[in-house]
Design a protein around this ligand. Structure first.
Ligand code: KIV
Length: 282
């Protein structure tokens, strides 16, 4: 039986029932298929693909067109999963109108269920306008990679009373603007718990402790594909990077030695045709 895609109401009720919701990023068809088969509740087509797929140093160069292409592939791979498109840098900061138009592209072209954007109080107008346009919005505060320069790098946030209070104000503003959920990244678990208890909407975490309403991880991190660096909050469940290297090395060795391909990997000529061919070649 096909998996039933969660609705906004299901997601809200999971918070009320204190059910933790697992989700993961995916950037392509196959990863999305595996994520759906594994029963992930949501999939984020994160702009982290800038680093994980394209090899950029951060997420800033990622474009709307790239996001749409990857989101379309993920939708094809996971037709029955709640999919969130990630608004890339400068697709929503310039004006409220641009934010609504670009959010709309995710829904019209890639058939996502929600979009996510980074920023707290300063994104209130954008969130309100996208919600007024009939779309679901997830907020994202704490370590917001698109503004990591302003934050002084990829650093944990909210570690002092003052900065934690700022985050709590941001979280309240996002809820008041109509977001259906919030992602909190790289903050102490105590701060995440306060935000979770303070808000009615689900509060998910990445690097924010176990008490969030659910967890997201970057697929390339938990699979062990991304090699450039590993944040403290990542658990590597496998080392597909190492396994891929092993496969490629063995394949190259077998091609060079003539061990691959074997007869079982080849096609047979139709009976009698080889003799005919040889005759014609004389
Ligand atoms: O782009 C991304 O993958 C993210 C993660 C922090 C989940 O936003």
């Amino acid at each position: 039986m096909a998996k039933k895609k969660l609705s906004r109401i299901d997601i809200q009720q999971m918070k009320e029932r204190k059910e933790r919701l697992p989700w993961v990023t995916a950037y392509d068809y196959w990863t999305a298929r595996f994520a759906e088969e594994a029963g992930m509740d949501m999939i984020l087509v994160g702009d982290s693909f800038g680093m994980c797929i394209y090899g950029y140093e951060g997420t800033v160069p990622v474009t709307m067109d790239q996001c749409i292409t990857h989101s379309e592939a993920v939708r094809r791979g996971a037709p029955n999963t709640f999919i969130i498109g990630d608004m890339p840098f400068l697709s929503y900061q310039v004006s409220v109108e641009e934010a609504v138009r670009n959010a709309g592209r995710f829904f019209k072209e890639a058939r996502v269920d929600a979009i996510k954007l980074e920023g707290g109080r300063r994104m209130k107008a954008q969130i309100r306008a996208i919600v007024d346009g009939g779309m679901l919005v997830m907020g994202h505060i704490g370590l917001t990679p698109q503004s990591s320069g302003q934050l002084g790098g990829f650093k944990a946030q909210g570690r002092t009373a003052d900065t934690a209070l700022e985050l709590i104000e941001d979280a309240r503003a996002i809820q008041a603007a109509g977001a259906f959920s919030l992602l909190v990244e790289a903050v102490p678990p105590e701060v995440c718990r306060i935000i979770r208890d303070d808000l009615k909407i689900p509060v998910y975490g990445i690097g924010a402790g176990v008490e969030a309403d659910g967890q997201v991880m970057i697929c390339s991190d938990i699979l062990g594909i991304f090699q450039a660096f590993t944040p403290k909050f990542v658990k590597k469940y496998d080392n597909l990077g190492k396994r891929t290297l092993k496969v490629f090395t063995q394949y190259a060795k077998e091609v060079r030695s003539g061990e691959f391909p074997q007869e079982e990997h080849t096609y047979k000529m139709v009976e009698g045709e080889l003799a005919k061919l040889k005759k014609r070649l004389k």
